[in-house]
Design a protein around this ligand. Structure first.
Ligand SMILES: [Zn+2]
Length: 561
């Protein structure tokens, strides 16, 4: 995964490399944790609900498009909770949590592409080890919370709240890690499952994706139990391992899963919880043409026709387009409102009103797309031909040629739009070569035909609301972040181009955030997620523990259903 040095607000698609179907997890990496820019910002702050009024001496006209909430700290305080907060910043805790993190990294819970069923494939058994490790290291969590095991290895912890009418807070993380390729082991500075601590970071596969989040969540809850905290709002911890973990529920107040964090851009520091995910559709194309001896070939055989189809697909890519619900548009507005280095020409196109004219929106899409592909694909459906095969022998014409084309669907479009476009393109080829077209109709292949199938589809996620004109899950999450770091942190909506496990829980709530609140202002880069030398800054990890414990308490106090 690359580091985006200039404008690191992009959360690239980084699904598990072994993952081919939608039933498998698609990893979303943590966003760049880059150094804090020292630029002070002039920004205004609107008054919202429980938040007090600030002075607005230098109000920017755009600030209203990206309102910021005040820092939010829990009001219910006890001596034990105050002690807990102090302990979280102590070197004693630092030492202990380093050891616990290292121990978790040392258990190699790799999930491979070709895993057999649980119970038959022994490679799953590392999950038992991890569960036992948690039980040993977090005794109070296991004494106080109810633990259910879902599909053997899914861990679902419930801390029952005293008020049954309040919807739960759900915190998610996954237990499995991306496999380490045998051939890369020698390239690691410290062995991939060593959990080596170099004085600043813990190293190893899974250290930043996402054993850090797992351990931080358990650390936070263990300490809250120890401090005598008793929730009013039920807290659920959902730790998946490869498949859906959470059962059905009556809804949730908020769901937080792995995702983007804080990063510098436009001369300011932004925290960008992903409030949307692009969709995904794989299209399998099969061209069936008559076989025969290659010494007497037709001018075009199956491979030639498939090649022509692919050329046609690549000549008809999707144009960048901002649908009004796309969160990245909101992020740009935040950049314009709060980032001193935000490109002036983009700012002009955004305008100062609450809506942008269609003409300006199209112009803006073109301008921003030119800047980088990472930006462009936050508002453009992507097309990538990833697999092709055909032919078996040098003296035989190919009878069956297949290709797989992956699409990441723009927010505001749907996977059926992709199907419609593919059908149109395929039908022109089918007509030209007198082939029968089977387009997404589940009919069996026939000789002399083109078939289109979509084995896995996922529409873009419903977009999480980001209003802050009253107490909302987004305002609580934002206030928690700004309380932990600095008021100069700007909260802005983010968008994920990959898919997280939250796709299973769209029915539970609209308030889903893919976000990692832990941050180390000094850490450069992304912690090498998915590649050699993955590591996590211990300060970022400790801040994650602090962020989670504060969020749990803030959600507990929030006047939300
Ligand atoms: Zn992950």
């Amino acid at each position: 995964m690359a580091t985006y040095e200039k404008l690191p607000l992009v959360q690239p698609s980084a699904q598990n490399p072994h993952s081919t179907t939608i039933s498998k997890r698609r990893r979303v990496p943590l966003l760049a944790i880059l150094s804090l820019s020292a630029l002070a910002l002039l920004w205004s702050n609107r008054v919202f609900g429980i938040f007090h009024e600030r002075e607005k001496p230098h109000a920017l006209p755009l600030a209203a498009q990206c309102p910021q909430v005040d820092p939010l700290l829990p009001q219910r305080q006890t001596d034990a909770l105050t002690l807990m907060e102090k302990y979280l910043e102590s070197s004693a805790f630092r030492h202990e949590t380093i050891a616990r993190m290292a121990g978790a990294v040392q258990i190699p819970t790799q999930s491979f592409d070709d895993m057999g069923p649980i119970g038959e494939d022994p490679r799953w058994d590392t999950m038992y080890e991890l569960a036992a490790y948690f039980e040993h290291k977090f005794p109070l969590v296991h004494k106080t919370l109810k633990l259910e095991k879902v599909n053997t290895h899914g861990l679902l912890y419930t801390w029952q709240g005293s008020d049954k009418d309040l919807k739960p807070t759900i915190l998610m993380a996954h237990q499995d890690v991306v496999p380490v390729a045998e051939s890369t082991i020698g390239q690691w500075t410290h062995p991939p499952f060593s959990g080596y601590y170099d004085g600043e970071s813990v190293w190893g596969r899974g250290s930043s994706d996402c054993k850090n989040l797992l351990v931080a969540t358990l650390e936070a809850v263990e300490l809250l139990v120890k401090a005598g905290f008793t929730p009013q709002r039920t807290l659920v911890l959902s730790f998946g391992f490869d498949e859906e973990t959470l059962g059905e529920g009556d809804g949730a107040a908020i769901i937080v899963d792995e995702g983007a964090g804080l990063a510098n851009a436009f001369g300011a520091t932004f925290a960008t919880p992903a409030v949307g995910e692009k969709g995904m559709i794989d299209v399998e194309v099969t061209v069936r043409m008559p076989g025969g001896h290659s010494s007497i070939p037709p001018p075009h055989n199956g491979i030639g026709v498939m090649s022509e189809f692919i050329t046609l697909v690549e000549a008809n890519l999707y144009e960048p387009h901002f649908h009004s619900e796309n969160p990245f548009l909101g992020l740009l507005q935040c950049g314009a409102a709060h980032g001193p280095d935000f490109p002036p020409e983009w700012k002009k196109l955004l305008g100062s009103g609450t809506t942008i004219s269609t003409k300006n929106k199209e112009k803006l899409a073109k301008e921003v797309a030119k800047f980088s592909d990472e930006f462009k694909y936050l508002f453009t459906t992507s097309v990538a031909v990833d697999i092709i095969s055909g032919g078996v022998k040098s003296n035989a014409l190919p009878e069956r040629t297949t290709a797989l084309i992956n699409h990441r669907v723009n927010v505001g479009d749907s996977s059926s739009d992709v199907q419609t476009k593919m059908t149109k393109l395929a039908s022109s080829i089918a007509k030209k070569y007198n082939l029968t077209l089977h387009a997404f109709d589940d009919e069996a292949e026939t000789p002399s035909s083109i078939s289109l199938k979509s084995p896995s589809t996922l529409d873009p996620a419903p977009v999480t609301p980001t209003e802050v004109d009253s107490v909302t899950p987004y305002s609580v999450l934002s206030g928690t972040t700004r309380a932990l770091y600095d008021e100069d942190i700007i909260m802005a909506p983010g968008l994920s181009t990959g898919n997280t496990d939250t796709m299973y829980y769209w029915d539970l709530t609209r308030h889903i955030f893919r976000y990692q609140g832990g941050w180390d202002p000094k850490q450069q880069g992304l912690g090498n997620i998915h590649t050699v030398d993955e590591h996590i800054s211990v300060l970022a990890h400790i801040n994650t523990v602090r962020w989670i414990s504060t969020l749990v308490r803030n959600m507990d106090e929030a006047s939300l259903p």
